[in-house]
Write a protein that binds this ligand. Structure first.
Ligand SMILES: Nc1ncnc2c1ncn2[C@@H]1O[C@H](COP(=O)(O)OP(=O)(O)OP(=O)(O)O)[C@@H](O)[C@H]1O
Ligand SMILES: [Mg+2]
Length: 258
């Protein structure tokens, strides 16, 4: 059905800590839905639980008993098919001894025939503008290029949902703007659902259909701000539009107070 959510979380609780030591509740009663093909950003102060939430959606962190976490209608218990995660730290997420193409191919190995793998890799590298660097080693690439390789690796499995944890946080402003636009093009072309964690209010508003703000200890969603700016968006015109400024104002108000 067209209106089925991509993700559905109800009463999500998550705690962290070692199995032996005391555990600390990070998320309590977090509830939201994300529609298929929607772009949602998650914001909140450092340590509030954004990565914990994303890892829970990716099936890498187990929610507490009683939590409802569904992807595509199915309870999440382990990494669901159709979900790709892009980590914040690209320097430690690529295998240094593999070429760019071999890094992108990694999650497809053992899952698809060689021909199909090669064409998926070529297509994903083209989407991120790195078709001509497929034989390079990661250390031969700039930080922005390495992050694009990581994004290509996530795209190669043609995910129904792309989870991104501060993917552009470590990049300079120009590279960041380029990658934001590339991501918007990919988002428009593939129709994938995106859940995007960022510390940057302008980035969240520029990219998203909705911004969710986490706050509190344990954290809950304290605000949900829709962004009415039409798509396609452009760095200059969108950022000057009244819809953008209004949403930015509201997010700012929630995060910093008036
Ligand atoms: N494996 C762990 N063991 C103990 N505490 C943890 C563990 N992972 C996270 N935490 C704690 O859980 C809380 C939430 O962490 P999380 O990484 O989700 O925050 P975040 O919102 O992503 O922060 P940042 O913006 O700095 O990335 C933090 O207080 C952190 O110290
Ligand atoms: Mg984090």
């Amino acid at each position: 059905m067209a209106n089925d959510p991509s993700y559905e979380c109800r009463g999500l609780r998550a705690d962290v800590g070692s199995r032996r030591g005391p555990r600390r509740l990070v998320l309590d009663d977090v509830s939201f839905e994300i529609a298929k093909g929607e772009f949602v950003s998650i914001m909140g102060r450092s340590g509030v639980g954004k990565t914990t939430l994303l890892r829970t959606l990716a099936g890498l962190h187990e929610a507490s008993a009683g939590s409802v976490v569904r992807f595509d209608g199915q309870p999440v218990s382990g990494p669901p098919d159709g979900v790709s995660l892009v980590f914040q730290d690209y320097t430690s997420s690529l295998l240094p001894w593999r070429t760019v193409a071999k890094n992108v191919e990694l999650p497809l190995e053992g899952r698809l025939p060689t021909e199909e793998r090669r064409s998926r890799v070529a297509e994903a590298l083209k989407m991120v503008g790195l078709a001509d660097r497929s034989d390079a080693q990661p250390h031969e690439l700039s930080g922005g290029m390495q992050q694009r390789v990581q994004i290509a690796r996530a795209l190669a499995s043609q995910p129904a949902a792309l989870l991104m944890d501060e993917p552009f946080g470590a990049l300079d402003a120009l590279t960041k703007a380029d990658l934001e636009d590339q991501l918007l093009e990919i988002f428009a072309a593939t129709g994938t659902t995106v859940v995007f964690v960022t510390h940057d209010i302008e980035e969240a508003v520029y990219l998203s259909d909705r911004v969710l703000v986490l706050d509190g200890t344990p954290a809950q969603i304290v605000a949900e701000i829709p962004v009415a700016s039409p798509r396609p968006r452009t760095q200059m015109l969108t950022r000057e539009s009244s819809e953008f400024l209004e949403a930015r104002h509201r997010v700012h108000e929630v995060i910093f107070g008036t």
